[in-house]
Ligand binder design. Structure first.
Ligand code: SAM
Length: 282
């Protein structure tokens, strides 16, 4: 019989492994099977999917993914947890052949043995944004996903231009995907109980806005715009255009007095196009 992990078993497992969850690795494990099933359902994981999970921990979400996906790729930095995962999977009635565990740091993930279609993860909170951006950039086969992050980060990721939560991570993530808030998760479903709130963010990949050269130019505009958030665009990006920012903004169809926080990624892209043209004229 296939079963998921519960609160008692998670504590027993941690004791067996002599695991003292660390803040540094963001180790707050979900102890509620219903929460895991809800996340997997939100991501619409089905048997055609190869799910990528970052930080499987003791396996709560991994088992819920295995109930639905064809295969799960799990990337875990902690050796003890990575080694234990296939054992837990078998003990719960699942076939560990459907699981690939990569015992490595997700921050440096450059390649994967298969092409994941969906990302489902309770991300380690201190690195959630860079990990998400890295995965979206490196693995275009990921066409959608649901991630659990600190609520503050979730609101930032799902913010729309003009909102005060909107910032560089949102604009950059929007290069690849559209993001939406997908609900909050109570603190009591975790062990140990975290001292921050958690929320779910869902995303769907859209058609690429441009190639790598265009992305890089767009991101340099985004970086400047949000490094000087309170400044008008004509001064925020002045250095990049060497005194010609105003003309280039007008050519991109952007009001030079607007602030970066009001611009959507498509508008940053238009300014990026001007930057590429400007640099090629040098
Ligand atoms: N998915 C599990 C759950 O929901 O119960 C655990 C989630 S816990 C918030 C984060 C997990 O990410 C931990 O298992 C931790 O060891 C792992 N982790 C932390 N930093 C990591 C990194 N850089 N690369 C891969 N895994 C990491």
């Amino acid at each position: 019989m296939k079963t998921l992990l519960g609160a008692v078993e998670i504590r027993e497992l941690a004791k067996e492994l002599d695991l003292k969850p660390t803040k540094k690795l963001g180790q707050n494990f979900v102890v509620d099977a219903n929460t895991c099933r809800k996340i997997v359902k939100l991501a619409q994981v089905s048997e055609g999917d190869i799910a990528l999970e970052i930080g499987p921990g003791l396996g709560s979400l991994t088992l819920a993914l295995l109930e639905n996906a064809h295969q799960v790729l799990a990337v875990e930095i902690d050796d003890r947890l990575a080694n234990q995962l296939p054992i837990t999977v078998e003990k719960h009635g699942f076939d560990s052949k459907n699981l690939i565990v990569l015992n490595q740091d997700a921050m440096g993930l450059m390649q994967l043995p298969t092409k994941p279609t969906v990302l489902v993860a309770n991300l380690p909170y201190n690195i959630s944004v860079p990990v998400l951006l890295n995965l979206l950039e490196r693995f275009p086969s990921i066409n959608r996903g649901v991630v659990m992050v600190q609520s503050e980060v979730a609101y930032r990721l799902a913010a729309k231009p003009g909102n005060k939560q909107y910032g560089s991570p949102t604009a950059k993530a929007n290069w690849w995907v559209d993001l939406e808030m997908a609900g909050s998760v109570g603190r009591s479903v975790f062990w140990p109980v975290p001292n921050v709130d958690s929320s779910l963010v869902s995303f769907v990949r859209h058609a690429p806005l441009g190639d790598e050269r265009q992305r890089s130019a767009t991101f340099s505009i985004i970086d400047q715009a949000f490094a000087k958030r309170r400044k008008m665009m004509r001064s925020a990006i002045a250095d990049l255009f060497e005194g010609e920012a105003e003309d280039n903004l007008i050519a991109a169809g952007i009001d030079p007095t607007i602030r970066g926080e009001a611009l959507a990624v498509e508008q940053f892209f238009q300014i990026g196009e001007q930057l590429l043209a400007h640099n090629s004229r040098k």
